[in-house]
Write a protein that binds this ligand. Structure first.
Ligand code: ATP
Ligand code: PH2
Length: 161
C-alpha cells in the first residue's frame, strides 16, 4: 500500500539548486518511492544563526516504505552530499526533513511525525502550501493553508528563472 508523504528540502552551501534537483531525481529512482508534486524553488532568509540564504522546496512522495525506512533513505542522501553535522540550525549542503507521513503521529528518539517545527516555519509552509494546501496536520487538525496563515511569510521568495 502506498502512503503519501511530504518532504522538505533545504540547502545553503554549494550549488543549492543543483543539489535539490539531483535529490528529487534520486528520490524518484528509489524502489518504493515515487516523487509526485513538487514545489518551485524558494530563496529564503536564514532562520537561526547568521548564515547564507537557503534554497528551500517541498515534494510529495508516494511510498511503500515505512516511516523509519523513509528517514534512513533521507539521512543517507544527506550524507552522500557530504553534510557534516556541526552547530544546530547551521549551514548545510543538504537538509531533508520528513514533514508528514499520511496522518501518522510518531514520537521516538529518532523520528517525530509530524515534524515538530514544520508548523512554525514559513520556509516549509510556503512551498508546502503550493502543492498540498488541504493536507490536514494530524495533531493540530489545521490544514497547511491554515498553518501558513499563522506565520510571517516575509523572507520567502520564489526563485524565478
Ligand atoms: N520528521 C523528521 N524528519 C527528519 N529528521 C528527524 C525527524 N524527526 C526526528 N528526526 C531526527 O532529527 C535528526 C536530524 O537533525 P538535524 O541535525 O537535521 O536537525 P536540524 O536540521 O539542524 O534541525 P531541524 O530538525 O529543526 O530541521 C535526524 O538524525 C533524525 O533522527
Ligand atoms: N531559511 C531557512 N532557514 C533554516 C533552514 C532552512 O531550510 N531554511 N534550516 C535550518 C536547519 O534546520 C535552519 N534555518
Amino acid at each position: 500500500m502506498e502512503t503519501a508523504c511530504a518532504i522538505a528540502l533545504g540547502s545553503n552551501l554549494g550549488d543549492s539548486e543543483q543539489t535539490i534537483e539531483t535529490t528529487l531525481a534520486r528520490l524518484d529512482q528509489i524502489d518504493g518511492m515515487r516523487v509526485g508534486a513538487r514545489s518551485r524553488l524558494y530563496k529564503t532568509a536564514p532562520v537561526g544563526p547568521p548564515q547564507p540564504d537557503y534554497i528551500n522546496a517541498c515534494a510529495i512522495v508516494q511510498t511503500t516504505l515505512s516511516p523509519a525506512q523513509m528517514l534512513q533513505v533521507l539521512l543517507a542522501i544527506e550524507a552522500s552530499f557530504g553534510r557534516i553535522r556541526r552547530e544546530r540550525w547551521g549551514p548545510r549542503t543538504l537538509d531533508l526533513d520528513l514533514l508528514l507521513y499520511g496522518d501518522r503521529v510518531i514520537d521516538t528518539p529518532t523520528l517525530t511525525l509530524p515534524h515538530p517545527r514544520m508548523h512554525e516555519r514559513a520556509f516549509v509552509l510556503v512551498p508546502l502550501a503550493e502543492i498540498a494546501p488541504d493536507w490536514q496536520h494530524p495533531v493540530s487538525q489545521r490544514t497547511v493553508a491554515e498553518l501558513l496563515r499563522q506565520v510571517d511569510p516575509s523572507g520567502v521568495y520564489p526563485l524565478v528563472a
